[in-house]
Design a protein. Sequence first.
Length: 561
Amino acid sequence: MSKIYLIEIAIGPVQDFIASARKLCDLWFGSYVLSELSKATAQNLAINGCELIFPAVDKSEIAVDLKPNSELIVANKILASYQGEKDPRQLVADAKSVWRKKLNKMAEDTLSYIRKDHDLELKEDLFRAQIDDIGEFFGVWTSLDQSGYAKARDRVEQLLAGRKNLREFNAPSWSGAGLPKNSLDGLRESALKNSGEIQGLLKLNEQLDAMGCVKRFYPLTQKMLNVQFDDLAQIAIRPWLKAVENQGLKKPEWPSGKPLSGEEFFDEANLDLLRALIKKPEIGPLTKYACLLLGDGDKMGAAIGEISTPEGHKRFSKVLSKFANDARSIIEEHEGSLVYAGGDDVLAYVPLHTALSCGNSLRRQFKNLMAGVCRELGLRSDVPTFSIGMSIVHYQEPLSSALNTVRKAETIAKNKGGRNALALIQDKRSGSPIVAVGKWDTDEGLPGIAERLSNWIELYRKQDDVSGFSARLGYQLREASRESGDEMKFEIQQDRLVPQNAAAAFVLRIFHQKEAFRSMEKAKLHEWEVKLFRGYKSIRQLADELVIAHQFAILPVYGKE
């Protein structure tokens, strides 16, 4: 009787494919290359008789879902079962061979493309040596015996973790003495002989190693691949351009008739073209800030660990694949661009005016899908939720720094926010970063963070005289926290907000001095006080959320928010 095995394969390292990037296209192309390698590996396992569990692709769908350039995004971890006479060691070896051939073909296609279409010279021996040195392929397997699927899955996870920790350190097969390093991460030597500029692809004197060249150029070899990438400047100007469009006005152009784009909008020489539009109150000034969004599922391990059958795990995987597809649609609806969506991980860049709405929509969809599949599978663990980090950064901020900031924000959402949370870091070019973090849902009487920020944004925008309720207010409250102490206490009595300590009374007094509050009717004032302050305990938390809310409030008003 043939044995049943559980096989797990991990492909990497993520650093080579995704983590190191200077341009937004590096991020997307890196995730694309990694997904294509994972597809080829998964397809080979399926062809050799394995039943794919993750990705959850049925045999009838393999030809479509796992073909090159398909819409399916495959994560770098593959799980499959096998029943038959073949040795699992050979199955893994065959999959590794296909993975390596795919990577080598990508490299050779990249070389051919650069030779044919670009005036660049490569050190081809160094390029190929680096490609041979790049990549991690870890494969483990265990018998799926009478102990059951859940224990077998735990076993392959343990084996995989152990194999990853057993590092292989081989000396480079090339000499890098005197050679410039890769501009993306500084780890390997540049494979470029000359470093001429290629508009939109390569900056003057930029250096790329072999993997950098593949990420930058290989996707362009695929004729069916037509992806438009924006820099942070182009993302930052989207709210302003949309406001111009909604007013029925013509977008700014050079005298030659060529549309302005990206950093050209912020060039001093072009301000005369924009000044008349900027003065229109319904359009307003340009914003120089954009948002990176990084999301990850919470408590996924507990839910997956409770699944006791491969069928259940496959069903769970299908739902994760659906979320990845839904994430793409949600982000595009909010005028953003998806970099990566694999399982419960999402990386995207979005304009500021849609960032809060986009994040809220993503976490709601994730929670709804998870609630459905957990109910369907009869799981007793907590329904997984979705935490998001956002970084609000200047368009001239180096992408590596912006990525570090958004990763830090996601960590804050999970740790300080306690999961099911949103953390925003506003990192302006002057001053220290400002952090706002909170649960998505009401927590101990404090409304969810998206609701709180939306309330403050609404109040900022209700004013006719912005100077009566300015960005300075948040910093004024910071000073108040130092003077009166940070803890404030409120109670709601007969639909009215009543301060219970001196700090709370001090904060309320500051707001009552503002024109926005002084001009309100008493009944409306009481309503707004309850709406704005209920649940708050920290003046500093309130102050930081006000500063960030003002960043959103000054944007042109239109569309999704």
